[in-house]
Design a protein around this ligand. Structure first.
Ligand code: BGC
Length: 796
């Protein structure tokens, strides 16, 4: 199988530069730097950005006459900035050169996915025929998560003289990467100071206010040939100016090596002293590249996925960005899954429910990273308890958008760019995020076999969520069932009934069904806890038999609305008006953001049977058909293939796919159902970022859920793979467009299990060490044991 291991843009196009910057971001799970041109500062075309995982700052802004608070992932000083111009011996100084200069003749960007190296080549020629070739090589070190480096080479053609270079550490940055947020306060860095240390080290310190964190960046600049620098430092940064002689056949290089330290690093210490030391003592560039590539090599071995062809090419890019956002370094940090990666400022770096699409992959390849991300939730259990209490409830209520403290960070107003109006934002009513957290805890433990986690932090999270759900359900005697009212489902379009004075809809099928599942799992966890631990936890959480009896009752009698014999999206959904889909498509073309279109027309999407993304159908993503039918049977509702297929067809035809998660989920469900359109949806999910299908949003940050989800779609979706205690279940479905692929995973403590899929066949190889066999369960409950060191092929 051949896989293209690079990602290339072979010319400079200002209009797509922000997309290139996002997709060429380099990161190591601790921090990331957008793939911006080193020559440029922020402007309409370019947007350099460096983001440190979990580094947020809260500010107050005045928007539409209201004071609103926003916690943003902070854009850190730009360490990559490098300005240059030619000083020919036989003429006046040239202009400062950038990809936007008239003299640019060629520019390409080449991202080496295997080694994690970004290359940019530029060639300029002026009116006198003097040429300058410039090559930049950048890494963000995957081995030492505090380091990054950039090497720039200059080569002269047809002239002699020198290149004047300004190596800048630019602290005059703000958060301004998303046009829609332009009214929000974007100045986050205060108390900036800068200076120099011997050995060409420039430094800059600054801090965020709330939560307060000191940040220190030190950049060592080394030139070949060695030349002294003129240096200048002011409040917002440093500049080191060099004149490097060049002539045909003799090139010059500049290497910038960054060390990044903060006041929350471990071990604790003075971030500035630590950054300066690390920059001064960092190895030379070639050595840094070698060790960086070696670290990537180890990651690829653990995360390897081989899919031939164009799909494989894109999947590799997805995996690359996933591992740059969430790497083994992340396991050392207290951070969640940022929906848009560390690649831009969209959604302000917040953590939503998207980990639901990310954790399955991590649990199977990097279980310690998955566990750390769940611990992010566990550490915020007190905040979730407080949120539940404030809402008059019990247990824990996780926020729809989370950042540093774990409090609710969802904006209160959002801008419709089409109408220019600021609108109330009720997306915080998406309480289903609670079920996602509980689901992730349970699935992680099932996949990895990490009972230690499940019985400690995991149980606390899951039980407190279950308690919150049981407390939120109200009994409706007319229905003879429990209801959960005033919520928003995954489909954010419906945040109220038409003409209602209160936000929220009632009995979202997804919310209620997942609630029933969480309650049942809560009871299961208590059941499986060792005796002593169960008593301890029951006492700690003050859980008594009466409360558990209520969980049991609610888990069996929650209401799930149906209409036309199908699972509804929420109570009353079937009574809403039908939208003229064809008419809207004909009028607007792209109607993914139907909510904005209708609002701008003075209408509201709340009136229509029209969804932004998979909502009811998310149930088919989380649960295999048998599991789903069993869940419904427990609730006393008949559900079978026929009803479910009709439910899928009904909702799918009423969805505008205004989220990248939508095509992913539909692709998954249809692939599992062998549905005709499966590949079209899978392909849309694959193209979500590389073709920027949501119209310009990728430049503001990648869609991490869709990226991780597509990898998982191949690995778990197509193989039907599920890891359980001591065994690996497989139930492959054929997806003609992806007939062959292979990957390596870590299942129940077996590291390096290799799965290969060929048309009609599947192989499992168990590594020779640690030496225990693995049971593979095939469709029809055929159980086969694969011995250590053995590879077994199965006909399907
Ligand atoms: C989607 C949410 C998602 C969020 C962050 C929104 O557009 O509707 O489901 O969690 O983006 O990715």
């Amino acid at each position: 199988m051949t896989v293209d291991r690079s990602w290339t843009y072979d010319r400079y196009e200002p209009d797509r530069e922000r997309l290139v910057e996002s997709l060429c971001t380099l990161g190591n799970g601790r921090f990331a730097t957008r793939g911006s041109a080193p020559e440029c500062t922020a402007g309409p075309v370019h947007y350099p950005g460096t983001y440190l995982a979990g580094c947020y700052d809260r500010r107050t802004s005045l928007v539409a006459g209201r004071r609103v608070e926003n916690e943003d992932l902070v854009n850190l000083p730009n360490w990559t900035l490098l300005r240059y111009r030619c000083l020919p011996d036989d003429g006046p100084p040239g202009d400062w050169l950038t990809p936007d200069s008239d003299d640019l003749r060629h520019s390409d960007v080449h991202l080496d996915l295997r080694g994690g190296v970004l290359n940019r080549h530029l060639f300029y020629r002026d009116a006198q025929g003097r040429g300058l070739r410039v090559g930049h090589i950048r890494i963000v070190h995957m081995g030492d998560a505090g380091l990054a480096a950039q090497c720039t080479m200059f080569r002269a053609y047809g002239w002699s003289g020198s290149v004047e270079v300004e190596s800048v550490l630019d602290g005059a940055v703000v958060n301004a990467g998303v046009e829609r947020y332009r009214h929000l306060e974007g100045r986050h860095l205060t108390d900036r100071r800068s200076g120099f240390e011997p050995g060409g080290v420039a430094w800059l310190t600054c801090r965020t206010d709330d939560p307060g964190r000191r940040i220190a960046m030190a950049v060592r600049t080394v030139t070949r040939p060695v030349r002294p620098a003129r240096q200048d430092a002011n409040r917002t940064g440093t500049v080191q100016i060099y004149r490097l002689p060049v002539r045909p056949g003799r090139s010059a290089t500049v290497v910038k090596t960054l060390a990044l330290r903060t006041s929350v690093d471990r071990p604790a210490g003075d971030p500035l002293a630590a950054a300066c030391d690390a920059a001064a003592n960092a190895p030379a560039f070639p050595r840094l590249v070698t060790t960086h590539k070696a670290a990537w090599q180890r990651l690829w071995e653990q995360g390897e996925l081989h899919v031939p062809g164009e799909a494989g090419h894109i999947l590799r890019l997805h995996l690359f960005h996933l591992l740059q956002t969430l790497s083994p370094h992340t396991a050392e940090l207290d951070v969640g899954v940022p929906a848009r990666g560390l690649h831009g400022e969209a959604y302000r770096g917040h953590v939503f429910w998207d980990e639901l699409f990310v954790l399955p992959y991590l649990s199977l390849h990097f279980p310690e990273v998955a566990r750390a991300l769940l611990m992010y939730r566990h550490r915020r259990l007190p905040a979730a308890r407080e949120a539940a209490r404030r809402a008059g409830g019990v247990g824990a209520r996780y926020p729809w958008q989370s950042a540093s403290s774990g409090r609710e960070e969802t904006q209160e107003l959002h801008l419709n760019p089409r109408s220019g109006r600021w609108l109330p934002d009720f997306s915080r009513l998406q309480r289903h995020v609670n079920s996602a957290v509980a689901y992730n805890v349970w699935r992680y433990a099932q996949t990895t076999g990490d009972r230690g986690f499940l019985h400690s932090a995991g149980a606390e999270v899951l039980l407190e969520i279950a308690r919150n759900w049981a407390g939120s359900a109200t009994y409706d005697s007319a229905l003879g069932r429990y209801r959960i009212r005033g919520v928003v489902g995954p489909d954010e379009y419906h945040d109220a009934y038409p003409d209602a004075s209160m936000p929220g809809i009632d009995d979202n099928a997804y919310t209620n069904a997942t609630t029933a599942w969480v309650l049942a799992r809560g009871l299961d966890v208590l059941e499986e806890l060792p005796e002593g631990r169960r008593a301890e936890l029951s006492e700690q959480l003050a859980l008594d038999d009466e409360e558990l009896a209520r969980w049991e009752d609610v888990s069996r009698r929650l209401y799930v609305p149906f209409h036309r014999g199908l699972v509804s999206q929420f109570e009353g959904y079937g009574d809403l008006a039908e939208l003229d889909w064809e008419g809207y498509r004909a009028r607007y073309g792209d109607i993914r953001r139907l909510d904005r279109i209708l609002e701008a027309e003075g209408d509201t999407v709340n009136r229509y049977q029209a969804s932004k993304q998979a909502d009811t159908l998310m149930l088919g993503y989380l649960f295999r058909p048998e599991e789903l039918y069993a869940l419904f049977a427990r609730l006393g509702y008949p559900l079978d293939d026929e009803i479910w297929r009709a439910t899928v067809a009904y909702h799918l035809s009423r969805t505008s796919h205004g989220s990248t998660l939508s095509s992913l989920v539909h692709g998954w469900i249809l692939a599992r159902q062998q549905g005709a359109d499966a590949w079209r949806h899978c392909q849309e999910a694959l193209l979500a970022d590389v073709a920027d299908v949501q119209g310009g949003t990728t430049g503001e940050g990648i869609h991490l859920g869709a990226m991780a989800g597509t990898i998982d779609l191949v690995e778990r979706g197509i193989t039907g793979m599920e890891a359980g205690p001591g065994e690996l279940r497989v139930a492959p479905v054929a997806l003609a467009e992806l007939p062959r692929f292979a990957f390596t995973l870590c299942v129940q403590g077996h590291r390096g299990v290799r799965v290969r899929v060929l048309p009609g066949r599947l192989a499992v190889r168990v590594p020779a060490s640690p030496g225990s066999p693995l049971t593979v369960v095939l469709p029809g409950e055929r159980r086969v044991t694969v011995a250590p060191g053995e590879e077994r092929w199965f006909r399907l």
